[in-house]
Write a protein that binds this ligand. Structure first.
Ligand SMILES: *Cc1c(COP(=O)(O)O)cnc(C)c1O
Length: 229
């Protein structure tokens, strides 16, 4: 077995064990393989290891890989910062976008989503730890933004995404994820029907699952360390 295939197996086993330990069904949790900085061959290997959902941060890199992998039935998730002039290509090529944090970007994605594709699945990125200079809408502004975006055609607002301030302390990790879950519940009590919490990365996904994550975004634990050189 390849390293990627055995890493995938280990991550899946860990997701299952964590879900059981908190009385959750493991099929409530979707694993996204975050493939940024890894070549299309690595994605192909992961696909043969049973992985169909992939997440990318950089548009051009993602488009190049999609072209190289067009023979495979993959589901693509965009999780990086979104510049307004990139929305068309994102609307045309992805199934999900997890990193929407402005109305203007959502409006463009809705206008530019091709009519022959299903609605683009959207998560609002929330700056849950309130860090300065971090992407994401402030928690206090999330409900209003969610209500406006939910009214746009060609999009389906599914839920919230976050990247909390990094911490090695499991209780701190859980507190941030619990805040995102509480925010989703409060938005739903205002009348929306969000069903997705996109939270948890290689170093903190067990804490995210314990707090209700329905999508975990895992790169390093599947593909190994990224080389930014
Ligand atoms: C890179 C990235 C991940 C994956 O991080 P790992 O620590 O490699 O698992 C998840 N989410 C976002 C938004 C990312 O940019």
């Amino acid at each position: 077995m390849t390293t990627i295939a055995s890493n995938l197996q280990a991550v899946r086993a860990s997701i299952t064990a964590t879900a059981r330990a908190c009385n959750r069904a493991d099929d409530d949790i979707t694993l996204l393989a975050v493939s940024k900085n890894f070549p299309s061959d690595a994605i192909r290997t992961a696909y043969h290891g049973g992985q169909a959902n992939f997440a990318e941060n950089y548009l051009q890199e993602a488009l190049d890989k999609m072209a190289a992998l067009h023979d495979l039935p993959l589901h693509w998730h965009f999780i990086g910062p979104i510049q307004s002039n990139k929305t068309r290509a994102i609307a045309e090529n992805f199934s999900w976008v997890h990193s929407v944090d402005r109305y203007k970007v959502a409006e463009r994605l809705s206008q530019q989503r091709p009519a022959d594709l299903p609605p683009l699945q959207i998560c609002l990125q929330v700056n849950i730890s309130g860090e300065v200079s971090k992407s994401g809408v402030a928690a206090a502004e999330a409900a209003e933004l969610a209500i406006r975006i939910a009214a746009l055609p060609n999009l389906k607002l599914r839920g919230l995404m976050t990247v909390p301030a990094p911490s090695d302390d499991v209780m701190q990790q859980r507190a941030a994820f619990a805040d995102l879950r509480a925010l989703k519940d409060s938005i739903n009590s205002a009348g929306l029907h969000l069903d997705t919490l996109s939270m948890g990365m290689s170093h903190d996904y067990p804490a995210a699952i314990a707090e209700g994550a329905t999508m975990v975004r895992i790169g390093t634990a599947i593909f190994g360390m990224r080389n930014y050189a």
